[in-house]
Design a binder for this molecule. Sequence first.
Ligand code: ME8
Length: 526
Amino acid sequence: MKKRFYITTPIYYPSANAHIGHAYCTTMCDILARYKRMRGVETYFLTGTDEHGEKIQKNAEAKGVSPQQFVDEIANNFQNLWKAMKISNDDFIRTTQDRHVKVVQDVFSKLYQNGDIYLGRYEGWYCTPCESFWTDTQVGEEHLCPDCHRPVHKASEESYFFKTQKYLPNLLEIMDKNPKFILPINRKNEMMNTFIKPGLDDLCVSRTSFDWGVQIRENPKHVIYVWMDALTNYISALGYDSDNPEKFKKFWEDPDCEIVHIVGADISRFHVIYWPMFLMGLGLRVPDRVFVHGLLDLNGEKMSKSRGNVVSPLPLIDKYGVDTVRWFLAREFSFGSDGRFSPELFVERINVDLANNYGNLINRTSAMINKYFDGVVPELKNPSQKEKDLQFLTEKVIKNYENLMDDLKVTEALSEATELLNAANKYIEESQPWVLSKEGKIEELGNVMAVLTNSIIVGTKLLSPALVESSEKVFDQFGLPKELRSYESVYKFCPYTGLKVSKGNPLFPRLDPKIETEYIASLAAK
Ligand code: ME8
């Protein structure tokens, strides 16, 4: 594991408020960032908003406000949502900030002076919602955007172009030598077959038909293409090309920092093809991994702001608590594959994993420790095979969990951690503590309580990057002192003798499927 970790979300368009899809990506990044910090890795987690471009300018005009006023309000809403979701980002970059604008202009100038950029004329198609250029073949006879399937419009304007062929051999070599550069690995074939093999055109990197963007210093009637502007955020936020490049040195230049971009499948080509090429032109290192996550739909329909069928995470958080929403997002959809949001799936996931499995284990264990041992965790003495088996399983789960998380397999890692909780619930059924109590087998009964406490605390630590509020509550309920809250203590078995456990209130009450699915469906309909 490298000493440092730099993780980024896409910077979202503040063209409308965030929906559950944005919350999904940001939550997954947050879980990885929290996991790395928990493991003692120096971590920097960046998110932000991508505020320029034709789409924003048009939306602002339609609302009758200036583009800056328009983005200020929505960028603020994004930041409030991340607070409500307990997102632990270290910075929030906005592309209209001076610290960013200057860097974008410098980047353009450097690439221009290098001979990587030349002036020409763009004749082709443009999709404003995706801010993407397309060729005749790509838009087909119906002139629809291959990504979002909305109509494209013809663009014909003087433009600057970036020479992609210059860096293509280098990019192909990186993709070849580093099989984990694009993850999951099947995404690499998609990139090769859809974009690279058919022939990569030079990329148009400026626009003249509107002005809401970063001006090119050398030719101010042009604004820099919003994707070149946006991608630069990953280095401008670290202080690249500024008077204070400390963070850039630590989190980009230092080879002992792992750089990971997490992006949705809709925007992978910008991150996998053009961004590394810009970096090569600047003489900078390319990211270690670009992880492409799947897109969520709503009851089988593509979620989109313009269709108005989006779910906002806020009312869900208000009603069910932040951890249930984080858990659902992290656990329901395998990270890397597409997924479906539906009210039924939400309720079922919370009931099965949090109410029945995790919550129930905590309730039963804390009640039994109180009933049989006055709330004090007993010592593990002369463990039987059953306890040894659970110890072996705990060690295996921890190891698998760490490997999966380090491989960015967040869903699988969390699922692995729940194996420990399943096993603990099963262990209660098998060891029948109520019978041990009746038969006066106090030492055996004590062992069961000690091992259950260990399973709950270890399980809670492994889940804590996702369950940020409830994990603290569980540690409080089990009277965990500060020194035992560190991650390192998961490697010891049953070091919790003598802790005072309170009965506590159920952390995750069971949701009534009928009532709650109707409520959530009404939110989506709104
Ligand atoms: O593309 N399911 O911004 P954007 C899952 N500004 N994730 C989703 C989603 C869905 N239905 N909808 C959106 C942009 N996302 C650019 C990025 S980066 C230098 C510039 C998430 O507001 C997903 O991560 O359209 C997707 O890639 C991103 O939001 C796109 O956000």
